[in-house]
Design a protein around this ligand. Sequence first.
Ligand SMILES: Cc1cc2nc3c(=O)[nH]c(=O)nc-3n(C[C@H](O)[C@H](O)[C@H](O)COP(=O)(O)OP(=O)(O)OC[C@H]3O[C@@H](n4cnc5c(N)ncnc54)[C@H](O)[C@@H]3O)c2cc1C
Length: 525
Amino acid sequence: MIKLDQIALPIKYTEKDIENAVIKTLKIKKENLQNFEILKLSIDARKKPNVKYVASVGVTLKNNLENKFQKFKYEKFSKKLEYKKINNNKKIVVVGFGPSGMFASLTLARMGFKVIVVEQGKPVDEREKDVLNFWQNRKLNKYSNVQFGEGGAGTFSDGKLNTNLNNDYCKMVTNEFYNFGAPKEITYLNKPHIGSDNLKNIVKNIRNHIISLGGEFLFSTKLKDIKIKSNQLDGIILQNVETAEIKELSTEQLVLCVGHSARETFEMLYNKGVEIKQKPFAMGVRIEQKQSEINLSQYGVESVDGLPNADYKLVAHLPNGRSVFSFCMCPGGEVVASSSNEGEIVTNGMSNFSRDKENANSAVLVNITPEDYNSDNPLAGIYYQAKYEKLAYELGGKNFNAPAESVGSFLKNKDIKTNINFTYKPNLTFCKIEKCLPEIVAESLKLGLPELNKKLKNFAKDENLLVAIESRSSCPLTIVRDENFESNIKGIYPVGEGAGYAGGIMSSAQDGIKVAEAIYKKEIN
Ligand SMILES: Cc1cc2nc3c(=O)[nH]c(=O)nc-3n(C[C@H](O)[C@H](O)[C@H](O)COP(=O)(O)OP(=O)(O)OC[C@H]3O[C@@H](n4cnc5c(N)ncnc54)[C@H](O)[C@@H]3O)c2cc1C
């Protein structure tokens, strides 16, 4: 195959457009063309409003003509999550079925391990009912919600696969998501996203595949405790969160993929002597804007048929030493209530694959350091989060309404109304949101929002909306592990975002694969 880069394509490009561009670039006859496919596609809005796509195209030619284009030669990526099976059917427990637990389980099952997946939440279809019941009727199920359940925190999300990583694992994870049902576009879009609507089915397909490889799933089952003998894991205690029934499982290997919101589990591990240390994270609010105004700033037009709604990524470094940055931007999406505990407000964002809703939203975060926790307790970060989530709950009216305010009212302390048709459910309570924010966060947002607005017009217009509180951007602690991915208690493998080694779907999935490979290496050596 040969690869052609920088191929310009119109927004509503056709196969014919690609074919013509290939023939023109290679100066060949059409009959010499065997096949072509898009390998990479990104939006070029440098000359707005004349927005276009720029593509890398893979081409195969007839009659070995490719030999004439040696400098374009290209080896298509083909590595897969395939391993020589170990035949001992060894039992291994994976706790948590978010992206890290999903890919750890999938990889271990393909390696020949007998995987037992323990997930405190429900299978995704039942989970969705609980999430809608919370959004519509304010009834929170503490084990089945936006954070917890089959698929983990990322299921009710935009499913962005953005990452700063660029390695073979990224490609393998993307291809696996595609194999399990994600749209083809994720394999070549510069900024791929799966969409919440697709994620639910993909998660089920991965579950069924693991079962077909001999895996077993225990839903609504929580890791309640661990048993240790001379610094080695010896067994685990599980509890069914619906019946409260207790079950003991003897195992020497536990892959811990519990996510950033598993506070009770962190406390249990810490009390059992698992080494944990504080870690920085970020906290702030979610901002909601009119998508058409963001498009206008990014593309020079409010909308163009075929052009996806625009995204943005902004950061400002402040004189007070903090940074304010946009995070987890959801074009054409919604602000979602993401609490996992009674009495606490947590916001986040989601979009379906089409990203076609009226508003854009993103988190606007300020970096928080362990010094801000004012405590040496390794768990101080989760208590810091909980403190402000509780304040937000009280400020909202103690009914899961989220505190909200227009940008203008927040920055200028004037009675400026928002013109945003807000999406957060169950509802908002308009008030002074700084009452539920750490002082340093409120101060930094006041300094940073105008700076970000200079970088992107319409980002922080007075009428735009701020919804509090965005407190679970990543995990404020690390469960310490060694080069073999093992904790100080042998047999326990801390993985993913909850262990402090990942942030987001892609890096969490990768961490799951890497830990499975470390366990496999130990097994075969
Ligand atoms: C609304 C929302 C939108 C997001 N959007 C994106 C996005 O677009 N792109 C992106 O990259 N990231 C996004 N994220 C972040 C992403 O979801 C997380 O980074 C990722 O899910 C972390 O994966 P994980 O497997 O480490 O943990 P999680 O996905 O958090 O999964 C942990 C699982 O462990 C289970 N668990 C916890 N404790 C126990 C226990 N004791 N016993 C049994 N089970 C337990 C939980 O129920 C949960 O299902 C979003 C997050 C949210 C909440």
